[in-house]
Design a protein around this ligand. Structure first.
Ligand SMILES: Cc1cc2nc3c(=O)[nH]c(=O)nc-3n(C[C@H](O)[C@H](O)[C@H](O)COP(=O)(O)O)c2cc1C
Length: 362
């Protein structure tokens, strides 16, 4: 298994949903960076379940215990290690899933790959719960980036067929995103919550789209070809369970435009080179332009639904009906918003630590 990310920092995520605990180690972080544990907990609470109608009633405190790497509120240069003990588990809900895999979940592929040795309870290592340690690492990186003037924020722009406004690509309104339900305006929050409630009532689930903005990124971050900002962000975002597409700037709309409509004209403002529009999402040639970096993530509907579904019995090699038990979100999207921010923060931190940008000018 490879649950490790980073070229310059090294993030490893461990644990299974219903095991003793989940956690992370984060290596390669310089000494002397301040850590605000209260702010980190507030960030983790945005991802934790049990907050609203869109989330599972499962109560998990998600309180990390730091075992190493932080002394008196500062990083000490040694690897940082944190664990969250699992407390609210009901493994009995998952006993049938090794033989009868959930459509849309990783039960079948895990069974094929690990031959029955995998921990299937609660989705094991494939559970959305593993995004809690991702948020520990990302929450820390977010704090350190903020110190350097780099801010990251995400919001929901689509639930099912319902859509909402995107960020202003030149000046993303990070401070306008709702705290309780992360949209830019109250009307979209109401429509989105109604769509989620309707899915839940039908014993079903619903997906959506998240947009993330990174502001204050200096021009020149990222490497060519396979080390580009798009590649580095996409790699970690695809590590988020249920993330099914990542696109930058105006994304697929790019394909519909003429070059003259797509290109972002250069301009000079306050002695700096800027672009007058930002369709490229702040990235050209895999390298940041200095404008906000913008990307969107499509999140699929929660695979575990209350409605009966058609699956197979692997022991009988016959089709059967599956009734999924357990406590599942009717929509993953709201809880995935801080996870996307965390992923972006880790990717940017990793790239900043290894930035090979020249400081000389010809
Ligand atoms: C925050 C979060 C919570 C999730 N909660 C659930 C859940 O309650 N039930 C479920 O079936 N899937 C849940 N998932 C999604 C599954 O973990 C995911 O669909 C599965 O591992 C298969 O991976 P894939 O969708 O990337 O192929 C959650 C994902 C995230 C990011």
């Amino acid at each position: 298994m490879s649950s490790t990310y980073g070229e310059n920092l090294k993030l490893s995520i461990f644990g299974q949903s219903h095991g003793a605990g989940i956690g992370m180690t984060l290596d390669g972080i310089p000494a002397g960076l301040g850590v605000d544990l209260e702010a980190l907990q507030a960030f983790l609470d945005r991802r934790a379940p049990g907050q609203g109608d869109w989330s599972t009633p499962r109560k998990e405190a998600d309180k990390p215990e730091f075992l190493a790497g932080i002394v008196n509120g500062f990083t000490c240069g040694a690897p940082i290690a944190a664990v969250i003990r699992n407390t609210n588990t009901r493994s009995g809900d998952y006993e049938n899933l090794k033989d009868c895999p959930r459509p849309g979940h990783a039960d079948f592929t895990a069974q094929i790959k690990y031959g029955g040795f995998q921990d299937a309870a609660g989705g094991g290592h494939f559970s959305g719960r593993l995004t809690a340690p991702l948020c520990i690492a990302g929450g820390l990186c977010k704090q350190w980036l903020e110190e350097a003037g780099i801010r990251i924020g995400a919001h929901i722009i689509q639930i099912g067929e319902q859509t909402a406004s995107r960020f202003d690509p030149l000046q993303p309104q990070l401070d306008q995103v709702g705290n309780f339900f992360p949209t830019l305006d109250a009307d979209s929050a109401d429509r989105f919550q109604a769509a989620i409630a309707a899915a839940r009532t039908q014993g079903d689930s619903i997906g959506g789209m998240i947009q993330c903005a990174i502001t204050g990124v200096p021009a020149g971050l990222g490497e060519p070809m396979f080390g580009g900002v798009e590649s580095r962000i996409a790699q970690i975002v695809y590590g988020i369970p249920a993330a099914k597409s990542v696109s930058f700037g105006i994304g697929e709309e790019t394909a519909t435009l003429m070059g003259s409509d797509c290109n972002d004209a250069f301009a000079v403002a306050d002695g700096k080179i800027v672009t007058a529009t930002n369709r490229c999402g702040g990235i050209l040639g895999g390298i940041t332009t200095g404008m906000p970096v913008l990307f969107t993530v499509a999140v699929k509907p929660t695979p575990s639904i209350a409605k009966p579904q058609t699956s197979v019995s692997l022991s009988q090699m016959a089709q059967t009906q599956l009734q999924v038990k357990g406590r599942h979100d009717p929509c993953i999207v709201p809880r995935a918003v801080p996870v996307v921010e965390a992923a972006a923060a880790i990717a940017v931190m990793d790239m900043l630590l290894g930035n090979t940008q020249t400081t000389r000018r010809k």
